[in-house]
Design a protein around this ligand. Structure first.
Ligand SMILES: Nc1ncnc2c1ncn2[C@@H]1O[C@H](COP(=O)(O)OP(=O)(O)O)[C@@H](O)[C@H]1O
Ligand SMILES: [Mg+2]
Length: 138
């Protein structure tokens, strides 16, 4: 499915709507350039699960942000700065999955063999100052 987002709010509501269609989805893999809207999409997912979207900030330096207090715990992971297998292992992705938490992974291209088949893959493209082409592969 392709969605042509026309605003930040449009991207947030798209994410919230997708979450509502599949509340038990184990993971979202977000792909696309810097500034394409991956973190803002995550804010929309958070909103659906009852987590304040303002708490959702880019985990580029922390690598993992954990948002509790909502209907589901959300782990927000950014692999942009990950350089090798060891760093990927140290994140403890399996433990997060076993917890039943929702994993939202930016730069999921880097997951390699760790990619799971039941994740929702979302690809972002910048098409204008306030427009984004968002492709969802369920
Ligand atoms: N339609 C849109 N959807 C999402 N973000 C948008 C949109 N239009 C403009 N933006 C802007 O693009 C930037 C997206 O940033 P961010 O979500 O952090 O991207 P990423 O996580 O992919 O690097 C923000 O500055 C946001 O205000
Ligand atoms: Mg980001």
């Amino acid at each position: 499915m392709i969605h042509k987002s026309i605003s930040v709010e449009d991207t947030l509501s798209l994410a919230a709507r997708l979450a509502g269609e599949r509340p038990e989805c184990p993971a979202y893999y977000l792909e696309g350039d810097l500034g394409a809207g991956k973190t803002h999409f995550t804010k929309g997912l958070a909103r659906y699960y009852g987590v304040d979207p303002d708490l959702v900030v880019s985990p580029t330096f922390a690598l993992v942000n954990r948002y509790g207090g909502g209907a589901r715990t959300i782990y927000h992971i950014d692999l942009y700065r990950i350089e090798d297998e060891r760093e990927l292992t140290e994140l403890g992705l399996e433990e997060m999955e076993e917890e039943g938490a929702l994993l939202v992974v930016e730069w999921a291209e880097k997951l390699g063999y760790r990619r799971r088949g039941d994740a929702t893959v979302v690809h972002f493209e910048v098409t204008g100052e306030s427009t984004r082409r968002i492709r969802i592969d369920a």
